[in-house]
Write a protein that binds this ligand. Structure first.
Ligand code: SF4
Length: 246
């Protein structure tokens, strides 16, 4: 993994904001119906995980608070990160994501097992449009609006260093674009979602690259709508853009 040396002060400030954002997410009750749902899932559990203690709370961002790459996902899986409490772990899509991030040098290992498994991200942070697992993986518009306060907080944290955003799926992409536009970023062309689509946004003298990929859900990967070479190409492109920005 590549590391960038920020001053101790800058890294400590970013970590403090990251920790505050995480506390705000975990304590959030803006969508009481979702809090009830994820608590119910945590009590009832899936048979395969009946001996585990589910997290059963909103899931905060995961990764490097000084990241230049921000990944925007959709929402926790009911038996994935709603069980583990860590973004994109606990289900099949997480296997795909962390394998790819490891190959591209953003994750120190390709697998996750337990909270103490040592998984770390470098120059990369993962957030999501919604932090509570929605029934049927289908967020309601008002829930996305409610949760945008947390997405905004994560964007604000990484924005001083941000170079590349990768959206996992169309809903996450719309949330990322809306967030960037609300923060004064302007897109050169209409930022339409499509796998491997790439857009640029500018603000003052800065340029940001927004890359899109199909979500690595089992539905997409088992049908080969998304293959590992297709997925890898997106992370390689992100790596190239970041290397060029050094
Ligand atoms: S989905 Fe987001 S806004 Fe709604 S309760 Fe969960 S953390 Fe809060």
């Amino acid at each position: 993994m590549k590391t960038i040396d920020y001053s101790t002060d800058e890294a400590a400030k970013a970590q403090a904001i990251f920790d505050r954002n995480a506390r705000d997410v975990i304590a959030c009750n803006r969508c009481p119906e979702l809090r009830e749902y994820i608590a119910l899932v945590a009590r009832e559990k899936r048979r395969a995980y009946r001996n585990e203690t589910y997290w059963g709370k909103p899931v905060p961002a995961f990764g490097d608070p000084t990241a230049r790459l921000l990944i925007v996902g959709l929402a926790p899986g009911a038996h994935g990160s709603n069980r583990t409490g860590r973004m994109f772990t606990g289900d099949a899509s997480g296997h795909w994501l962390y394998r790819a991030l490891n190959r591209a040098g953003f994750a120190n290992q390709p697998t996750w097992e337990r909270p103490d498994d040592g998984l770390q991200l470098s120059d990369c942070m993962i957030t999501a449009a919604l932090r509570c697992a929605p029934p049927g993986n289908k967020p309601k518009p008002q829930q996305l609006v409610n949760c945008s306060v947390h997405l905004a907080a994560d964007f604000a944290l990484v924005e001083p260093r941000l170079r590349v955003v990768v959206s996992l799926g169309a809903i996450a992409h719309r949330a990322a674009v809306k967030m960037l536009e609300s923060r004064g970023w302007r897109f050169a062309t209409r930022p339409v979602f499509g796998h491997a689509a790439e857009h640029t946004a500018t603000r003052e003298r800065r340029t940001l690259h927004v890359l899109c990929t199909y979500h690595p859900s089992q539905q997409n990967t088992s049908t080969k709508v998304l293959t590992e070479p297709m997925f890898d190409a997106v992370w390689e492109r992100a790596r190239t853009l970041l290397d060029a920005a050094l």
